[in-house]
Design a protein around this ligand. Structure first.
Ligand SMILES: [Ca+2]
Ligand SMILES: [Ca+2]
Length: 242
């Protein structure tokens, strides 16, 4: 007899394997959560966990450059519909993708400024909008004003559509899934070939929780491999001695 969790896991694995050939996780980032109502920039969440906390992000990439991005986060509703908080409209942030620490691509998870939810965009000459710009420069509220939360719609180019779904989870968690075809430079960077790929996301346009992460640099991987080889050699020496 399978538990519901086991059923859910096997369904997820089935979906993943049917989604794309030879898919593997290229990046998994867990977001630390030290506490609530914390105004310091070193803290994870400013304000209510139920509105802003991000748990993790997983990127699964197939040989065919189809990417599946899964985010576990909190939002006040399970449809990612904007809501009012302290007199300001809060929207879900865009999902950003980085090559060598520069945000080059984005996926709006809710439509804004003519950008269509689920479509894949090249960042335009207008660049990105900080939380302050996305919210319209509010005062009297505490948020992460300098964090990038949205693409600036000005001059962006649409590079294809993707599939977006939101599933309710436990309590106020929502699971956001996006899958779509990504350009070769991003795919290679996420595989750690030549360049370094990464992901960045703000749960809401106020930037009150953010997550970011990059694949390990090829040099780091080599270093880790070297370390493992060194441990292996040491162990062998120790075994020979005894
Ligand atoms: Ca968090
Ligand atoms: Ca965070």
């Amino acid at each position: 007899m399978r538990t519901p969790l086991q059923m859910l896991l096997s369904i997820s694995i089935l979906l993943l394997t049917s989604l794309t050939a030879n898919a593997s996780t290229v990046l998994y980032v867990q977001d630390p959560f030290p506490g609530t109502s914390c105004a310091s920039s070193s803290c994870d969440v400013i304000g209510e966990n139920s509105d802003f906390d991000i748990k993790d992000v997983r990127l699964v990439l197939g040989d065919d450059n189809i990417l599946l991005a899964q985010i576990a986060t909190n939002f006040r509703n399970t449809t990612l519909t904007p809501y009012m908080d302290f007199g300001f409209q809060l929207d879900v942030g865009d999902l950003f993708f980085m090559v060598d620490d520069v945000i080059r691509y984005g996926v709006p998870l809710a439509s804004h400024g003519g950008l269509i939810a689920g479509d894949f965009y090249n960042i335009g000459p207008g660049g990105l909008l900080t939380a302050q710009q996305a919210l319209g420069n509010p005062s009297g509220v505490i948020y992460r004003n300098n964090e990038y939360t949205w693409m600036n719609p000005s001059g962006v180019t649409n590079a294809g559509s993707g599939s977006l779904s939101v599933q309710p989870g436990m309590d106020t968690t929502v699971f956001i899934s996006w899958s779509g075809s990504i350009p070769t430079d991003l795919a290679d960077a996420l595989r750690g070939m030549d360049h370094v790929g990464g992901v960045q996301f703000a749960s809401a346009t106020c930037g009150n929780d953010i997550i970011e992460g990059s694949v390990p640099e090829p040099g780091t991987m080599f270093g880790m491999g070297g370390g493992l080889i060194a441990i292996g050699v040491l162990l062998r020496k120790k075994i020979k001695k005894t």
